[in-house]
Ligand binder design. Structure first.
Ligand SMILES: Nc1ncnc2c1ncn2[C@@H]1O[C@H](COP(=O)(O)OP(=O)(O)O)[C@@H](O)[C@H]1O
Ligand SMILES: [Mg+2]
Length: 517
């Protein structure tokens, strides 16, 4: 089954053999009391949390406890983050003994205390530690209290003979606490260094910030972390993900999976979203079903991947139209600084500044070319441009479809793949103002012949949705003839000859619209 709302583990977890090995080695070092810290670098949703959780799950010792926490989980970071941290540690330490999660009782000290005191092993803890645990949910958060909480994992591990793996995602965001006069990193380093039973894994999507944090001589973490880059899946692993996770009744054929990966790259989250979309339709998905799924997921305002990118876009550019223009200029692929400057009408100094503000979304090649790090995001940006509705056809369409889409786009149409979920009769749907036009694309020379049932379906669908519709014939040389179905000769089969040609489509539409209304 496909899964997109939580990190994946167990059967749902795919690939990542060498990554798992790397993490396993780090975790095993806990046995000898020499834990290794690890920084996992990778963009949003590439699978950082899943990797940590799965690596820990595969270490089959009962005494290992895992705590995974996202610094940004509850909006902008505040000192309260550390209270949440402390509660998660206590949760993990007592685990199943508790029966329920303590975090929910953060605002109900009496209920919290009651649950804690019911736990058998709680009584065995030293008195000072017991008191500290009980007081977590009370009072304000102060730097002194934070210092105490940071030692909780080691203290609990010693008292209960446990080991901890603690994973903090979007770790670089703790830097924001500087604004409140709190330097988290110095304190964390000082505490963590003394811990023998806890391995710390940090991760984040702000690659360069995180790298500075672990590589800069000025940073308290200088040379303390083993760096691990988490990349998208290789092509064949990505194809495997789609095929393995699709349920039997919706099994994804290899050519569909190949085309999907070509379009969506090896990013596991994007592929899982696509898998979910594909399995909404009965049966095993074919290429038209893939086109339809991509249209719904990525090339529509409300698609889940489209909304994901919309959010990314807002995060990167905010209200700056110049930043938006810079991003847009990069969507076409590798481009020089001068070309970016020209595109956004800015001086090169200012352009460099804009490119820097886009941070890790932008990559610079050795030859000095700039492009977007995420090719799927680039695709989405191109689709959003005026006239961009032909982008889907240009990536997954056949040559005939692409030619027809271009021609119609030049006439001012926006195009979408027609839904195959409802077993649509047409290939494309064009809209221009209030006009909707169904388009059947045929890659063959004139005359065109249609079996009667196929013809009837198009007629019925046109009537049902009140769409005008045409047939577009495309020759091998790419010459397009648009044909009027009203001029077909329908007997045993429907035949469209040269005389059915619509020479001027906009004019034809205007005259037909009057008939309709
Ligand atoms: N190894 C994997 N196998 C299958 N799907 C994965 C894998 N890693 C990530 N995913 C997909 O990506 C989504 C996000 O994973 P997550 O670990 O939460 O990413 P991150 O922590 O990097 O933001 C998961 O819900 C799942 O759909
Ligand atoms: Mg995560």
């Amino acid at each position: 089954m496909f899964q997109t709302s939580t990190p994946v583990m167990g059967d749902g977890f795919q690939n990542r053999i060498t990554d798992l090995d790397d993490l396993a080695r780090s975790i095993q070092r806990l046995e000898s009391g020499e834990p290794q810290w690890m920084a996992i670098l990778g963009p949003r949703k590439i699978g950082k949390t899943s990797l940590v959780l799965e690596a820990a799950r595969r270490v089959k010792t009962l005494s290992l406890r895992v705590v995974a926490l996202d610094v940004q989980e509850q909006g902008p970071v505040s000192l309260e983050f550390f209270r949440r941290f402390a509660l998660r540690i206590v949760d993990a330490a007592f685990g199943s003994e508790l029966g329920e999660s303590l975090e929910r009782f953060a605002r109900q000290p009496a209920a919290y205390r009651k649950i804690l005191q019911k736990v058998g092993s709680f009584d065995s803890l030293p008195k000072a530690l017991r008191l500290e645990l009980i007081e977590i949910v009370e009072g304000d958060v102060s730097p002194d209290r934070i210092a105490g909480w940071l030692d909780l994992p080691e203290e609990l591990a010693v008292a209960l003979d446990l080991r901890f793996v603690i994973a903090l995602d979007e770790f670089q965001e703790l830097n924001e606490l500087q604004k409140h006069g709190f330097n988290s990193f110095m304190l964390l380093r000082a505490k963590w260094q003394k811990h023998r039973r806890v391995a710390y894994f940090i991760s984040g999507s702000a690659r360069s910030m995180l790298l500075t944090l672990v590589n800069s001589q000025k940073s308290p973490f200088f040379q303390h972390f083993h760096i691990h880059d988490l990349l998208p899946f290789a092509h064949s692993d990505a194809v495997d993900l789609l095929r393995r996770l699709s349920p039997l009744e919706h099994s994804i054929p290899v050519e569909v999976a190949e085309l999907a990966v070509k379009t969506l790259s090896g990013h596991p989250f994007y592929l899982q979203l696509l898998g979910e979309q594909l399995t909404q339709v009965p049966g095993s998905p074919d290429i038209p079903a893939l086109k339809d799924a991509l249209q719904k997921l990525l090339f529509s305002r409300t698609g889940r991947l489209s909304l994901f990118f919309e959010n990314e876009f807002q995060r990167l550019v905010g209200r700056s139209t110049l930043l938006a223009a810079t991003l847009d200029s990069l969507a076409e692929g590798p481009i020089t600084l001068t070309a970016v400057s020209n595109a956004i009408h800015a001086k090169s100094g200012a352009t460099v500044n804009y490119l820097e503000r886009l941070q890790d979304a932008v990559v610079k090649s050795e030859g000095g070319f700039y492009s977007l790090a995420d090719s799927v995001f680039a695709l989405w940006l191109r689709w959003r441009r005026p006239g961009g509705t032909i982008v889907p056809m240009s990536v997954v369409g056949d040559e005939a479809e692409i030619a027809v889409a271009r021609a119609l786009s030049d006439m001012g149409f926006d195009l979408i793949y027609q839904s195959k979920a409802s077993r649509g009769a047409f290939d494309l749907l064009g809209t221009r103002g209030s006009t909707q036009l169904g388009i059947q694309v045929k890659r063959s020379p004139l005359p065109l012949r249609f079996p009667r049932h196929e013809w009837k379906r198009m007629e019925a669908e046109g009537a049902r949705f009140k769409w005008l519709w045409v047939v577009a014939a495309v020759t091998l040389e790419g010459i397009i003839t648009i044909l009027d179905p009203a001029k077909a000769r329908v007997k045993k089969e429907a035949v469209l000859r040269q005389e059915a040609e619509i020479a001027n489509l906009p004019q034809w539409l205007d005259s037909r619209r009057q008939v309709f209304e």
